[in-house]
Design a protein around this ligand. Structure first.
Ligand code: ADP
Ligand code: GN1
Ligand code: MG
Length: 373
């Protein structure tokens, strides 16, 4: 029997919001869900025919994503394309995000406060992980993200919208950092001297991939651009990658943005905000599992230059996100959600510790690539 629960006090009234979507059944409850830094996510349960059915509700952060309708158009195109490839196969609705339509037949609903909401089918019997625990997770996550890129190689139609322009433009991320240092709006530059020195010394690396793209050596593709380990759901029983989620940043990009973020989030045993940076390291066995998993899906479509720069991507993207955390710390924490004082600086420190660990192992990473590509 489905129990009717009291409506808990939440930041948003999910019951009322749910009335604008094509959900059949009575609202039971909702709770905040996941550990994302940008959107507000809730899992909500409804009594449908005597069984509780779960959905994911998300408020799109429109301070960061300036054009939610365009963003949802991207997600609709991408998920429909993938669904058309897998429909008819077992559990197809677990293998791509499925959008629940609003009552006025849109992929989102704008509430009276101007917030944009969307609802997805809840993928059951699978989980996301914030920190890597086993090699198989790295392998399966990378295989799923590689498959996702591969599925989108033949997406028809116009170029996808850039939901955040210059999202992975590392030189621009450095420029933003240098501006934040110069203005020192929050008076925090004095707290981050070491981190600032560390990363400014590496500024020359920032434009390498964009230059290769400008020379025509590596192509623009459709990429996910936020391939954190907790943006892929792994099956509870088999451990296999079930579904790539968090599609807000799916847009034109370089494959390195995705592979690099996998290295950033799936090789270190420490959390992104670990305070003890001595725990941060690039575990080579995890890198190998990522590379093998990714190449299983992506080997067929990557060109040799794209392949050659996969290890470098790990360093670049880890540095880039570190730069973003540092910039946000210096700007007074205006972008990423923070839960304690110095949170963004702690996050920045883990990223830079990981960069240092990757640098030490770069030769072996390149060697491994030669043997398995
Ligand atoms: P954010 O952009 O804030 O990171 P995500 O889209 O990644 O938001 O969602 C946050 C968390 O919610 C995910 O890490 C995942 O655990 C969970 N989640 C998101 N979509 C689904 C879904 N369709 N089914 C089950 N869980 C989901
Ligand atoms: C944000 O939304 P979430 O938590 O998956 C951020 C990523 C960063 C990541 C760092 C739109 O991802 O770019 O790499 O935090 N997303 C956006 O953990 O800025
Ligand atoms: Mg996420």
């Amino acid at each position: 029997m489905v129990k009717k629960m009291k409506h808990a006090a939440l930041k948003h009234d999910i019951k009322t919001i749910s009335e604008s979507f094509e959900i059949y059944g009575d609202y039971i409850s909702a709770e905040p869900y996941g550990s994302g830094h940008i959107n507000d996510t809730y899992s909500a349960s409804f009594n449908q025919g005597g069984t509780p059915i779960n959905y994911i509700f998300q408020r799109i952060n429109h301070n960061i994503f300036k054009n939610p309708p365009a963003l949802m158009e991207n997600i609709e195109r991408v998920t429909t394309h993938i669904f058309n490839k897998i429909k008819g196969s077992a559990d197809a609705t677990r293998h791509t995000l499925v959008i629940i339509s609003s009552k006025d037949c849109k992929a989102f609903h704008q509430d009276a406060d101007g917030n944009f909401w969307r609802v997805y089918v809840f993928i059951e019997k699978a989980k996301t992980y914030d920190v890597i625990e086993r090699e198989t997770q790295a392998y399966q996550a990378a295989k799923a993200f590689g498959e996702f890129q591969k599925d989108l190689v033949d997406l028809p139609g116009a170029r996808l919208h850039e939901t955040i322009p210059d999202f992975h433009n590392t030189p621009k991320r450095f420029e933003a950092l240098e501006k934040a240092i110069a203005s020192d709006i929050a008076g925090r530059v004095k707290l981050a001297g070491q981190e600032i020195d560390f990363v400014l010394k590496r500024k020359n690396d920032a434009s390498l991939l964009l230059n290769l793209n400008a020379q025509g050596a590596i192509p623009e593709r459709i990429t996910h651009n936020d391939t954190k380990l907790n943006n892929v759901m792994l099956d509870d029983k088999t451990g296999e990658g079930v579904c790539v989620i968090d599609l807000d940043t799916v847009m034109p990009g370089l494959v390195h943005y995705d592979f690099g973020d996998m290295v950033r989030t799936s090789t270190s045993p420490a959390a992104e905000d670990e305070k003890d940076v001595s725990k941060v390291k690039m575990q080579f066995n995890m890198f190998e599992a990522l590379l093998r998993g990714y190449l299983t899906s992506a080997r067929d479509f990557l060109n040799p230059v794209e392949m050659e720069y996969l290890p470098f991507a790990g360093k670049l993207i880890t540095m880039e996100i570190g730069v973003r955390f540092l910039t946000d710390f210096l700007s007074g924490d205006v972008y990423f959600k923070v839960h304690r004082e110095g949170h963004n600086l702690d996050r920045c420190r883990t990223q830079f510790a990981l960069v240092a660990s990757i640098e030490k192992q770069m030769d072996q990473m390149m060697q491994l690539l030669k043997t398995i590509k």
